[in-house]
Ligand binder design. Structure first.
Ligand code: T6T
Length: 331
């Protein structure tokens, strides 16, 4: 964390430095106020919030955070509209919970003079230069298609390259998990002809539904060899179902998102691979981008891929890896 803070601190100094040399910029920056609207309450976004707050502290900025209790356009849009209606926000950092249906509400924010930065999930096809949606300043998040590919190779290795596997996912038309499903299927099709892929089923971000869906597949597919849980709640439910069926260690599970729960299942041999995203980085850089944009910086990258830490039983104890486990205060 300390070394990371130094690097990010350096970027902050540069940003502040830039502010100092641009006439009147200091005032503009003092004035910017940022809204943070993630997708839902979960350990991933809680770590992202730590990044947002760390950057806001380093840059002396005010951030207003509102977190939907459930995932979806119905929960996120009214909160967004209320944020816009405040009239005092200059930027909104958000994870759109649906890549098409959130275009309208966020365009309305832009029409009201608020600039948008998307983190973790994107709008349209995520290409803000040549794609159908161009108004967000940037997408800062994982390359989720690549994350899906990594997950497929990890599961294929864990099951010996043959057998039937199942994808449990959260919601349709959400750029993040959709990318993971796409990358996973692509690799299984191209690289592992002896592996049959079932699913995805959508658990609507509910771990209990994920557990029920996975239990039903375990019942139906007696030869099932592996499960891919595409996010925190999918992996939590899938892992729970495998344990409840007494198949821990037999049916391999790959978990996207490095929660404490996923790591516990890794240490118990139920989960064979955990993909840690970098939500702290996403949150920290998004605030920096807002400050830089306010300072007049016009060359911000329109897409930033934050990478992964790939965690397995051999490296989970290595501090350079364990640092990416989602540590949420008071948890
Ligand atoms: O996997 C993350 C995030 O990347 C995804 O967009 C939604 O689910 C999580 O927040 C985990 O619950």
């Amino acid at each position: 964390m300390a070394r990371k803070r130094i690097v990010l601190g350096l970027l902050t100094t540069i940003t502040l430095g830039a502010l100092a040399v641009i006439p009147g910029a200091a005032n503009a920056q003092d004035k910017i106020k940022i809204g943070f609207l993630p997708g839902v309450v979960d350990p991933f976004y809680q770590v992202m919030q730590l990044g947002v707050e760390a950057a806001a502290e380093d840059l002396g900025l005010e951030v207003v955070t509102q977190i939907p209790q459930t995932w979806g356009v119905e929960a996120q849009t009214p909160i967004l509209d209320a944020m816009v209606a405040r009239g005092d926000l200059d930027y909104i950092i958000t994870a759109p919970t649906e890549k098409d249906q959130m275009v309208g509400p966020l365009q309305a924010a832009v029409d009201a003079g608020i600039k948008v930065i998307t983190v973790d999930t994107f709008l349209g096809d995520g290409d803000y230069v040549n794609g159908p949606v161009k108004f967000p300043i940037s997408y800062i998040g994982s390359d989720n298609v690549e994350g899906g590919r990594i997950s497929a190779r990890g599961l294929a290795e864990a099951i010996g390259g043959k057998g039937t596997v199942y994808i449990n996912s959260t919601n349709p038309n959400v750029s993040s998990v959709q990318g993971r499903e796409q990358g996973f299927k692509e690799v299984m099709e191209k690289e592992f002809p002896d592996i049959k892929v079932l699913g995805p089923d959508y658990n609507l971000d509910d771990p209990n539904t994920a557990a029920q869906q996975t239990a039903a597949v375990l019942e139906r597919e007696q030869e099932l060899a592996g499960v891919f849980g595409t996010n925190v709640f999918s992996a939590q439910g899938a892992g729970t179902a495998v344990v409840n069926a007494g198949l821990g260690g037999q049916v391999q599970v790959v978990a996207y998102d490095a929660t404490q729960f996923a790591i516990e299942l890794l240490n118990k041999g139920v989960v064979s691979l955990v993909l840690a995203q970098k939500p702290f980085d996403m949150g920290y850089m998004a605030v920096q981008f807002a400050a830089a944009d306010a300072a007049g910086v016009t060359s911000l990258p329109r897409r930033v891929e934050t990478g992964f830490a790939i965690i397995d039983k051999d490296n989970v104890a290595d501090p350079e890896v364990a640092r990416f486990i989602y540590q949420v205060p008071n948890q």
